[in-house]
Structure formats: C-alpha cells, structure tokens
Design a protein around this ligand. Sequence first.
Ligand code: PEP
Ligand code: MG
Length: 588
Amino acid sequence: MTAIFYSDYNNKMKVLKGVPASPGFAIGRAYLYNDDELNVPEYEILEAEVVSEMERYRTAVARAIEELELLQAREHSDPDGFLATHIMMLRDPEIDAKIDIQLAKTKKNVEWVVQDVVNELLRKLGTVQDVYLKERTMDIRDVSRRILQHLLGKAVHSSLAELKGEAILVTSNLLPSDAVAMNKKSVLGLVMDAGGNTTHTAILARSFEIPAVLGCVWATREIHNGDWVVVDGENGQVLINPAEAVIEEYIQRKILHEKTQADLKVLGGLPCVTLDGRTFQLNANIEIPDEVENVLAHGADGVGLYRSEFLFIQNGANVSEEIQCQAYRRVLEGMEGRPVTIRTLDLGGDKLAPDLYPAKESNPLLGWRAIRFCLADRKIFQTQLRALLRASVYGNLKIMFPMISGVGELEQVLAILEEVKNQLTSEKVPFAPNIPIGTMIEVPSAAMVSDHLARLVDFFSIGTNDLTQYTLAVDRGNERIASLYEPFHPGVLRLIKLVIDNAHEAGIPVAMCGEMASNSKAALILAGLGLDEFSMNAVGLPKMKSVLRSLTYSEAEHVAEDVLKMRRSDEIEAFVTAYSQGRFSPSE
Ligand code: PEP
Ligand code: MG
C-alpha cells in the first residue's frame, strides 16, 4: 500500500503511494508542518521529582522505539536505514546519562531538559564541517520530536491557523483539532504519514474539499519544504518534483475533475428518486456552521449529522450555552427550514478538546467517549441540551445521541432531556414542540438490541465508521490494519439489515451517516436493504444522487438479497463492482 517507486520518465520525480482520502487534485509547493512548533513548557521540579521525571523520559523513549519498530516491521524496507539509525540514537546510553545529569542539575521538567540538551547538540553540529555529521541534525530533530510528542501527549499547538499563501501541507499526523483550526484557504492539498480513510482528519479534508492522501508513510521523510508536489486524491498518489509536462497533465486532470463536479452539481435541483419511484433523503454531514453554504450548493435535503464536538474542540469543553445556541441557530437558519440533525457531544477517541482529558487512556476508542462522557459530566451535557432546545425555535431541529450501547443508557439520556425541558418550561424559555429524537447505531450491542431501542426514539442513524471498527475489532485510524477494515464484511451488512428491519418494524426511519453512505457501490446494497436516508460530505451528494436516480429499487432489493447470501467481503465487493460497471461507473 505504501511503497515508494520512481517514475521512469523523469529521474528526479518520486511517487509515494498512500490512501486516497479526499478526492481531487492539488498542485503546489510543499509546506512541512513539523514540530518546530512544539510548545515545550518550562517549570521547576522538586529534588524528589527527579527520579519520576527520568522515568517519564524512559517511558517516552520506549514508546518511540516501539513506534519505529512497528514501522520497520510494516514497511519491510528502510530507506537509507533511517529507522534503524533513529532506534540506535534512542538507545544511546550517553544521551540517557546527559538527560539524567541535566535533570539533577537544572531541576527543570524533563521536556525542557530534553529540548535544552538537543539544542546544545545541534549548536555543536552547526559548527562542524563534516557533511555526514551535518546531515545528522535532521535525524536528531526527528528523534527528539518523537520523544517530545510522547512526553507532551501530542503536538501542542499549531501555527496552522496563521498559514499564509498557498501550499500543500505535508505532516506526519494532523490532529482533527489542528485540521479545523488551520487556515483552509491556504491548504491546497494534504499529505500525511499516518491515517486512513475514515479518520476524522480524512473526513474533515473531504468536508473542506481539500484533496488528500493519507497513510503515506514516507512523506515527511521524502518531501522537503518548497518541493513541487502533486496530490492525486483520486488514486492515492503523491508526486514529488514532477517534470513540467507531468504538472501540465495534472492541471488538465484537475480542470476535468472540477468540471465533472460542476456538471454533477446540476443534479442538485432534482429529487433523489429511483427509476421506479422510490425517494431517498440525501443529507450532508458537517463539522462547523460555516459549511452550510456549501451544503446547500450541493443540493442537500438537510443536514443528517452535525458533529457538534468540533464546537467544543475549538472553544474548549466549557463553551457557553449562549455560544452554542448561536452556532446551532446559524445552522438551523442557514438550512432554511430543512431538517438539521445535531448530534450531541462525541468527544474522545481522536477528538479531544484542549482543556479535557488530562489523563491519557490506554484505549480511548473503547474508553471515556461521547455519551459516556456526557453522562459522567452532566453539567456539560445539560448545557448543551439547553442550547439545543433554545435553538430549536429557529428551524427544523432533530437531536441525536452518539455511542449509545443499550437501553439503559438511552433511558438515562432521555430522562435528562426531559429534566432539561422541564427546567426551560419553568423558566418560560420557548423551545419547539415534538423535536424528533434519534440515536446513532454505531456500537454492535446497539444494533443487536435495536428492536428495543427503536421503541424509545423517532429515528436511527447508522454510524458505519464506528460500527465497522467495533464489529471487526479494527481501529479505523490504524493504517497497519487498514486492509482489515471492511465495510462490505457480511458481519457488518447483517447488522445493518437487522437495524433497518427492526426500525421499520417499529415504524421509524433509518439514516446512515458513516462514510459508507457515500460509497456508490454500497448504495446499491443499502438502498435494497431499505435505508431511508443517506448522509455524507456535501461533495459526495451529487454523485450519490446520480447513482440512485439511475437504478430501480427492485434491482437494488435483488442485489441486497444476493449479497446477503455471500460469505466474504471481497466476493461482495467484486459482485457490486461488476454490477455497477458501465451503469454508474462509481469512482470508489
Ligand atoms: C460513525 O461512526 O460512522 C460516525 C458518523 O461518527 P464519527 O465518524 O463522528 O465517529
Ligand atoms: Mg461514530
């Protein structure tokens, strides 16, 4: 998946392979976002803390080594032997001893000591003439960055919001919080060492219509600041320093892609109805209120998922009721009466607010996330519910809860909602009557008990990103096991069918807001299973509309029936690919 190969028609050009995470083409100069921006705090420590600080350092080093060894095992190759060199540097007892001595001498926190020792080393190397030694500075920076990242928990704050000009952003790993914060106008394309197609950074890149290739493991090693880079988000390729003729070819491809997108947009005004008359609701997923204009431009029937946690990621966990209410109102008014499903806070996993989660969890995706966090911190949850209810008078609001795993949890949530409604009524604060309430189905246990859940809510929305991850026990962000992340797995499809059948039995509609909803090959199956609403990044809507308008519901039913008899995901995928070929030529 991530091999490097060299093009034959231009010796200087390198091509990297990765995951096509956001469609389109971008051409520009590389801007390497590295951890020169790491914010290293400086504070005094007590004599007694020297030992525990050294222990923190050793743990960070051990984690960094583990990370590099994993990378070595995965890649079966090590260009220039740099991984081995870095591991050797991390194991160097002399550096260990230096840090120990400096800790005892300065009585400063260990991150600061590491930075100080490294700066001193770099200063010394700056004066030597030996080219080989000079080149080691890059390695020292890289290794120390890795240690500091582990010590600090993450790459703390970004200068990406202040980006000027236009560039291709090349980085080892961009946190979703940095992706929302960055100046999107300046980022023509995104290339990342880490990541997969359903990570939130990929989702954001699609939302912002920034072509992206993720899981491109050698990118930060191979690309240098100022290099010419072509990001081919269609095929998951990154071209480094291509010849002028190649750039010209990609400019033409970019123009063609944009024209196709524009042609598809014309479908915006037409209903999403199959050839035999079945209508589907096509909604958009958004992360920030600014996206509403784009959502309308792509002809959405509504917003099927507003990931409200990004408001908290940007403003901190204690974002006020008033600020929240204004943001929700903006979306509701912007959508001019169309339905808007706002999902309550889904923090955790890869989505962290700056002032939350001081303690690191060893398994955050299975940890204190989403509704679990809201039920533990009632104040934050109640404030959000108040803001949502207050905003409800400005449009057509639906409220949805994430990560519900069973009836008990949902009943607790509904009881809190009732309490908040009573509070507002007693304060004479108006809110819309009969706001539809829904739950996400993204935990396998919720799918299994969806017959019970369906009797407590007005709608379901299937979150296939998490449902697939939890059903198959495959971390959706881990590129090493990306091939095991199979949305067409019969186990996943059976759960989807079960959820739809149970919902319809109880008389409620089912939406899907995971990335599978935008996969045009999956559309055949999903439509045939009876899904009522598809919700996806706005950019995918016209394509999906053209697919659904060109099939009949009855053929989709047959496809779904056939597929459910199959035993393997590759068999299913091959079947729908062959079936789609020449019909609606899906791009996935
Ligand atoms: C999902 O899990 O499919 C989903 C839509 O939620 P998120 O991607 O925000 O976890
Ligand atoms: Mg989810």
